[in-house]
Design a protein around this ligand. Structure first.
Ligand code: IPM
Ligand code: MG
Length: 362
């Protein structure tokens, strides 16, 4: 198989973690007889510095011409004072919207080797943590009108939150379909006690439920969900929720698994082209120090093979290599236990090399 991958190294630790994922992809290609070519794409703060725009049109076009997109992370304090529409994050939002990837899938699964890194009590972790957050990605408050106006001699800021039935229905379907492939439990998370958009969300989810009698649908208010995720995460299989709730809950969900550095995500729309990225940020404080955890990005590359290129064996091969490296006790700084008992510290590149050494054709 020959595939072209648009590669966005981004800002902060982005370049170093993406480098490891590309090395892993190259090794997988060699093992299985594929050819992956890469097209570099500038996005985020570095694109602002170079082009005066966080996502120039030609860069978006390169992504749209590729078979899939791999992204590190964008943003950093250097661009904090850049006006809203030109912020690095705006490049990411424009990329998501431009690619039409409305469904963001963020797994929260505990690696047994890292169970002790979870901040939750052992008895809660022991019940199991394995759920998926399906986050609506190109609608809601992120994409409504944002404005700051002057009223009665003071500034008033307005952010609009809107959802149409069709936007809710298409993400709802992803939720139901995902649950169908797992333990068949879907929890729709909203704030229907306050928001109109949430009341419509809930109504559409219940309409859809009639088409998926094999999936058990439940509703949960987002504040309660935030509480339940730390109280008893074992109750969740698939959570489907709107853009901003999904942003917040997925950070919480990642933390209870031990490290945000381990969690990949996929964003998909109508076709097979996806956007794959770790869910963590650009961590500018540790950029260039070769201590970042590349595993989230490497697992994002595995998701790309699985979901965009339909190469499940190759994806399994990467995930098994990650597991083998964790078994052998190697840990990047973020997942190294305080007493480091039985563990060996590895840098970013070293972790990449260890995973490559453990890739075995299945
Ligand atoms: C994420 C990030 C982004 C988001 C930021 C960087 C705009 O937090 O992918 O979760 O809010 O979607
Ligand atoms: Mg976020």
């Amino acid at each position: 198989m020959t595939r072209n991958i648009a590669v966005i190294r981004g800002d902060g630790i982005g370049p170093e973690i993406v480098e490891q994922a590309v090395r892993v992809l190259d090794r997988v290609a060699a093992l299985y007889g594929h050819t992956f070519t890469y097209t570099d794409v500038d996005m985020g703060g570095n694109a602002i510095d170079k082009w005066g725009d966080p996502l120039p049109r030609e860069m978006l076009d390169k992504c749209l011409e590729s078979d899939s997109v791999l992204l590190g992370a964008v943003g950093g304090p250097k661009w904090n004072d850049v006006p809203g529409p030109m912020r690095p994050e705006k490049g990411l939002l424009r990329l998501r919207a431009g690619m039409g990837v409305y469904s963001n899938n963020r797994p929260a699964k505990i690696w047994p080797q890292l169970a002790a890194a979870s901040p939750l009590k052992q008895e809660i972790v022991d019940k199991g943590i394995d759920f998926l957050i399906v986050r609506e990605l190109i609608g809601g408050i992120y994409f409504g009108k944002h404005e700051t106006v002057s009223q009665n001699a003071e500034a008033v800021a307005i952010d609009e939150l809107r959802y149409s039935e069709s936007e809710i229905r298409r993400i709802g379907r992803i939720g139901f379909e995902s649950a169908r492939k797992r333990r068949k439990k879907l929890c729709s998370v909203e704030k229907s006690n306050v928001l109109d958009s949430s009341r419509l969300w809930k109504k559409v989810m219940h309409q859809l439920a009639e088409e998926y009698p094999d999936v058990e649908l439940s509703d949960m208010l987002v504040d309660n969900c935030a509480m339940q995720i730390v109280k008893d995460p074992s109750q969740f299989d698939v959570i489907v929720t709107e853009n901003m709730f999904g942003d917040i809950l997925s950070d919480e969900a990642s933390m209870i698994t031990g490290s945000i550095g381990m969690i990949p995500s996929s964003s998909l729309g109508a076709g097979s082209r996806g956007l794959y990225e770790p869910i963590h940020g650009s961590a500018p404080d540790i950029a260039g120090m070769d201590i970042a955890n590349p595993i989230g990005t490497i697992l994002a590359a595995a998701m790309m093979l699985r979901y965009s290129f339909d190469l499940p064996q190759e994806a399994d091969c990467i995930e098994a290599a990650v597991s083998a490296v964790l078994d052998s006790g190697y840990r990047t700084a973020d997942i190294l236990p305080k007493d480091a008992a039985g563990c060996k510290k590895a840098g970013c590149r070293e972790m990449g090399s260890l995973i490559i050494e453990n890739l075995r054709k299945g």
